[in-house]
Design a protein around this ligand. Structure first.
Ligand SMILES: [Zn+2]
Length: 240
């Protein structure tokens, strides 16, 4: 499983060499040290794989990450390692002639409360729940989730993003950088969300590679498979 992931990474690393500026030396990232756990994989393995759904809240409810970094040229922030891994993902996409941009990142508990409240007031609870997450129930509050778009903007927050070259590339390659598409097509019964090809959740390269190798799309499915807990322990050490 790791071999497949590494081959993929080596292919990416062996491209034209036009990767963007190297990542921060303090962080261990996928392409630098493919065999080594990243900083977050070592320090916060459980946070990386914490399942957050409409039923399962983030803990604590008002959680706020301490290492948010603003994505250049935007008002959106993500955790430092997510920033660095996303930078590598964007650079690899650019090598293929594909332009990606960030269109959302961290959202605080209060921001989410405002967003959900707006939907609630204007469209009622059923519609609000179908469209938005209740405060404490959004992956965006973790600082590990990011919404992306092609630079053309033709499918901004639209399911047609999944049919663009950029969307297809992201769906195929995101795992190599530690991301999963949280709300894939046809999974609404499980996730509670319609297809969102633009919404990526960072779980770390090791878990993402393992999920990919096992053909498990959803983090909540992965987390509920007993064998994967063992595998998780092996991969990440017993620090959690
Ligand atoms: Zn999102």
């Amino acid at each position: 499983m790791r071999v497949a992931a590494l081959t993929c990474l080596l292919t990416l690393a062996g491209g034209t060499g036009a990767l963007a500026a190297p990542p921060q030396p303090a962080l261990l990232t996928t392409l630098e040290r493919p065999d080594e756990p990243t900083t977050l994989e070592q320090a916060e393995p459980q946070r990386l794989v914490a399942v957050i759904t409409k039923e399962q809240a983030i803990s604590p409810l008002d959680y706020e990450p301490v290492d948010l970094v603003t994505w250049p040229g935007t008002d959106f922030a993500v955790r430092a390692e997510v920033h660095d891994q996303l930078e590598l993902l964007f650079a690899a996409a650019e090598d293929e002639g594909l332009g990606l941009r960030v269109i959302s990142g961290y959202r605080s508990h209060d921001t989410q409360a405002g967003t959900y409240g707006w939907w609630l007031r204007h469209n009622g609870r059923a519609s609000a729940d179908a469209t938005s997450a209740r405060p404490g129930h959004s992956e965006h509050q973790t600082g590990l989730a990011v919404d992306v778009d092609s630079t053309s903007g033709e499918c901004y927050l639209d399911q047609c993003f999944g049919d663009t070259d950029e969307g297809r590339w992201v769906a195929r390659q995101a795992h190599a950088f530690g991301f999963v598409v949280s709300y894939p097509e046809g999974a609404r019964d499980t996730t509670g969300y319609a297809y969102e090809p633009w919404h990526l959740r960072y779980v770390g390269p090791q878990v993402a590679a393992d999920m990919h190798a096992r053909g498990i799309a959803l983090l909540q499915d992965y987390a509920s498979v007993p064998a994967s807990s063992v595998r998780l322990g092996e991969a990440l050490g017993s620090r959690g």
